[in-house]
Design a protein around this ligand. Structure first.
Ligand SMILES: Nc1ncnc2c1ncn2[C@@H]1O[C@H](COP(=O)(O)OP(=O)(O)OP(=O)(O)O)[C@@H](O)[C@H]1O
Ligand SMILES: [Mg+2]
Length: 241
């Protein structure tokens, strides 16, 4: 197996708070890598530190074999790292298709090609509405699919999903999980941050547990789920690992 992403001692500090504390982990090409941890554990900050949104205060990030520590988000995107955000932020007045086009044209593709690509990606995520629907008229589950199509239109090698399943009904979760598997099967490696255990356990090949900024466990999903330190970290939380 080849690592697509490696962090070594990754650290991010806000004032006196070490939000990401010396995190070393490696994500293998082709896997779905889950990240779990209580609210405020540092999961989103970790994503921000690898995607270039925040410059780390310590440690290194290697993506596709290159040292990408501190590189800007648009360069990371060009290199093949895409993401969805915990709170969906489409351009509300633009249509679904136009939203996807923004990211499809980002790589300076020809207009024609970008248009085809955007339609293809909406089709791939089984976008359930006419593509000329304004984004502000979409409901939660439709927005999640739009977010995925936008991220995929940059043709990523690694896709970072930050609590994509939040707010969905049980039936909607199953559909979303099918699409996430389909994305992985198309050759995209995925980092999945998620609170919903059914989603994490059902999708992840391996998981890491972040607690107060630090990684307290990682490994194959079932092994980590049975780790007593993980159960301890979740005491008082809603999880049942
Ligand atoms: N830009 C910022 N400035 C200052 N503190 C921040 C900033 N972003 C995050 N934090 C703090 O860093 C810690 C980690 O936050 P983060 O959002 O990474 O947690 P999380 O694990 O994603 O939580 P959740 O599950 O609630 O999304 C929290 O204490 C948070 O308040
Ligand atoms: Mg978060």
């Amino acid at each position: 197996m080849t690592a697509i992403l490696e962090t070594t001692g990754l650290t991010k500090i806000f004032g006196g708070l070490t939000a990401v504390d010396n995190v070393t982990l490696s994500v293998q090409q082709g896997e779905i890598f889950g990240i779990i941890g209580p609210n405020g554990a540092g999961k989103t900050t970790f994503l921000n530190a690898i995607a270039g949104t925040y410059k780390p205060d310590g440690g290194r990030v290697h993506f596709l074999g290159r040292d990408t520590t501190g590189i800007s988000p648009d360069k990371m995107c060009r290199m093949g790292m895409a993401r969805t955000f915990q709170i969906s932020q489409p351009f509300p007045k633009m249509t679904a298709l136009e939203n996807v086009l923004v990211s499809a044209t980002f790589g300076h593709r020809g207009e024609h090609h970008a248009h085809d690509l955007a339609l293809q990606m909406l089709d791939f995520v089984e976008f359930p509405m006419p593509v000329d629907t304004p984004a502000r008229n979409l409901n939660t589950v439709q927005l999640k699919r739009l977010d995925l199509a936008r991220a995929l239109a940059s043709k990523p090698r690694l896709l970072l999903l930050d609590e994509l399943a939040a707010g969905l009904t049980t039936g909607e979760l199953g559909d979303l999980m099918t699409i996430i598997r389909k994305i992985r099967d198309s050759g995209v490696t995925i980092i999945l941050i998620e609170h919903i255990m059914r989603v994490i356990m059902g999708l992840s090949d391996r998981i890491a547990v972040i607690y107060y900024g630090a990684k307290i466990a990682d490994g194959p999903t079932m092994e980590v789920a049975q780790d007593p330190r993980v159960a301890e970290a979740y005491l008082g939380e809603e999880y049942d690992l």
